[in-house]
Design a protein around this ligand. Structure first.
Ligand code: AMP
Ligand code: MG
Length: 419
C-alpha cells in the first residue's frame, strides 16, 4: 500500500529513508583489475601474503650497531660491511663493530639499533665516530610490524580509496572482488521541456534535471543512462518507463504531483510497480514518491530542479550507496553556526543551500544562499552544504548552531591550513 497517499499520514525524511533502505541490498559481485578498482567497494576479505617488513630492517640511512657498545658517546667502531636495501647481510656483528646500512636494508645479526648518518663522522681509517649514544630498538623496524602473513588487512564494505589501492598492491591483489555497480536510468518528463539537442525556443524550459541527476550519479562513480524526455502522455510515458524498469534504479523527475498532467505514478502502477510511499515532509521535495518492481528501485522526484537534486541527495543517494556495497550511506555532517537568520515553516524538514567558511576560532559559519526558491538551480550550484532545519525547529536566528550536510564542493578550501 502506498503510504501517505492520505496527506494526514505524515512521513518524515528519516522514515522515508528507512522504507527505502528496507528494500535495498548490495548487488552481486564482480572481479576487476587493481587499476580499475578506485571508487568501488570491496566484497571480500583481503589478507596479507607475506610479513612486512619481511625481516628486521633499518628505518634510516646510517649504521647498524650493538647498542651496548654505544652506551656512552663519542665512541668509534669498525665498519665491517655495507648493506643496501635488498642485500642479505653476510656477517654477524661482534662487539666493537658496525655495518653501514640503508633505509629498508636487512639488519645484520648481532645488531639491535641504528644510528643515523647525521650523528656520525667518517674517521677515514675504516672506523666511524659516533657522536651520540644508542638505545636498543632505535630506528629498527621489526619483521611483521606493518602486517603479518594471513592477517586480514581489508574487509568487505570498505571503499577503495588511493590508500586502499596501495594496500591492495602491497598484498599483490592484481584482481579484486567488488560489488557490481548499479545500472541507473534517468527520465525527465513534461511537455514544456526542451532537451539539450533540440533547437532553442525561448518559451520552453530547458531540461536541467536529466543532467543534474546524471552528474549526481556520476559523482558516485556510476555512469547512468539518460532516457530523454517523455511528454505528458501516459502511453509515451509507459514506453520510456518500461526501458527504465530494466535497470537497477530508475530516477524520474517531474509529473509526480497532483496536476492533471502528472501521469507518472498511475503509469508506474499500471506497469506493475509497487508504490510504497508518496509525499515526504520535506522542503523542497514534498511530492516525492518511491516504488519497487522486483529488485528495481523507482524514485519519482519532483520537477523543480532544486527539489529533484535535494530529493536525490536525501533519498536516492543512500540507496545507491547501499546497492554499491558501501557501509557509510549518508553525507558527513558537521555543526555550523548560521551567519544570518533563516525563515522556515514548521512541519517539514527543510534543506537550505549554504556556503561554509571557517571563522577565526575554527568554527564553521554557514551562509544561506540568497534565493531558497526550489526553481532556482543557481542556489545549488554555489552550495557546499545543505543545512538541515528540523521539522520542529521553526525559524532559526543568526548564530544558531545547525547541522550541515557536506556536499562535494566542501572538500576543498583556498589556502593550506597546517593547524
Ligand atoms: P512537475 O513536477 O512536472 O509539476 O514540474 C514542476 C516544475 O519543475 C515545473 O515548473 C517544470 O517545468 C519544472 N521541471 C520539470 N521537469 C524539469 C526538468 N527536467 N528540468 C527543469 N525543470 C523541470
Ligand atoms: Mg510536469
Amino acid at each position: 500500500m502506498e503510504k501517505n497517499a492520505n496527506p494526514a499520514n505524515r512521513l518524515t525524511v528519516q522514515a522515508a529513508q528507512a522504507h527505502i533502505l528496507e528494500k535495498t541490498f548490495p548487488l552481486g559481485t564482480e572481479s576487476v583489475t587493481l587499476p580499475s578498482s578506485l571508487g568501488r567497494v570491496l566484497a571480500e576479505d583481503i589478507r596479507a601474503n607475506r610479513d612486512l617488513p619481511p625481516y628486521d630492517v633499518s628505518a634510516m640511512d646510517g649504521f647498524a650497531v650493538y647498542a651496548a657498545d654505544l652506551a656512552e658517546a663519542p665512541q668509534s667502531l669498525l665498519v665491517i660491511e655495507d648493506i643496501k636495501a635488498g642485500d642479505t647481510p653476510k656477517m654477524a656483528l661482534q662487539s666493537g663493530q658496525c655495518a653501514r646500512i640503508m633505509t629498508g636494508a636487512s639488519m645484520p645479526a648481532g645488531a639491535d639499533a641504528v644510528v643515523r648518518v647525521e650523528d656520525t663522522r667518517e674517521q677515514g681509517d675504516g672506523r666511524i665516530e659516533f657522536l651520540v649514544s644508542a638505545k636498543p630498538s632505535t630506528d629498527v623496524r621489526y619483521r611483521g610490524e606493518n602486517m603479518r602473513t594471513g592477517e586480514v588487512v581489508l574487509t568487505p564494505g570498505e571503499a577503495v580509496t588511493p590508500g586502499v589501492v596501495g594496500v591492495l598492491a602491497t598484498v599483490k591483489q592484481a584482481q579484486v572482488t567488488v560489488y557490481r555497480k548499479p545500472r541507473v536510468a534517468i527520465l525527465s518528463n513534461g511537455d514544456e521541456l526542451e532537451s539539450l539537442e533540440e533547437s532553442f525556443d525561448p518559451r520552453k524550459i530547458p531540461d536541467a534535471n536529466s543532467y543534474a541527476l546524471m552528474a549526481q550519479v556520476q559523482s558516485l562513480g556510476i555512469e547512468p543512462t539518460l532516457l530523454g524526455i517523455a511528454r505528458d502522455k501516459p502511453d509515451e510515458l509507459a514506453r520510456f518507463l518500461k526501458r527504465g524498469l530494466a535497470c537497477d534504479v530508475l530516477l524520474i523527475s517531474g509529473g509526480t504531483s497532483v496536476g492533471v498532467h502528472d501521469h507518472v505514478r498511475p503509469t508506474l502502477k499500471a506497469l506493475g510497480v509497487d508504490m510504497h510511499f508518496w509525499r515526504v515532509e520535506m522542503r523542497p521535495g514534498h511530492p516525492v514518491a518511491f516504488g519497487t518492481k522486483g529488485q528495481t528501485l523507482v524514485f519519482c522526484l519532483p520537477g523543480n530542479p532544486v527539489s529533484s537534486m535535494v530529493c536525490f541527495e536525501q533519498l536516492a543517494l543512500p540507496a545507491l550507496r547501499r546497492l554499491m556495497g558501501h557501509r557509510h550511506l549518508f553525507r558527513r555532517t558537521i555543526p555550523a553556526r548560521l551567519a544570518q537568520a533563516v525563515k522556515t515553516k514548521p512541519g517539514r524538514t527543510e534543506f537550505i543551500r549554504a556556503t561554509l567558511a571557517r571563522d577565526a576560532s575554527g568554527i564553521y559559519t554557514a551562509t544561506p544562499a540568497a534565493s531558497q526558491s526550489s526553481g532556482d538551480i543557481r542556489s545549488v550550484a554555489r552550495a557546499d552544504a545543505l543545512i538541515v532545519a528540523p521539522a520542529t525547529s521553526g525559524s532559526l536566528s543568526a548564530g544558531t548552531t545547525v547541522t550541515a550536510q557536506l556536499l562535494d564542493a566542501a572538500l576543498f578550501q583556498d589556502a593550506p591550513d597546517m593547524g
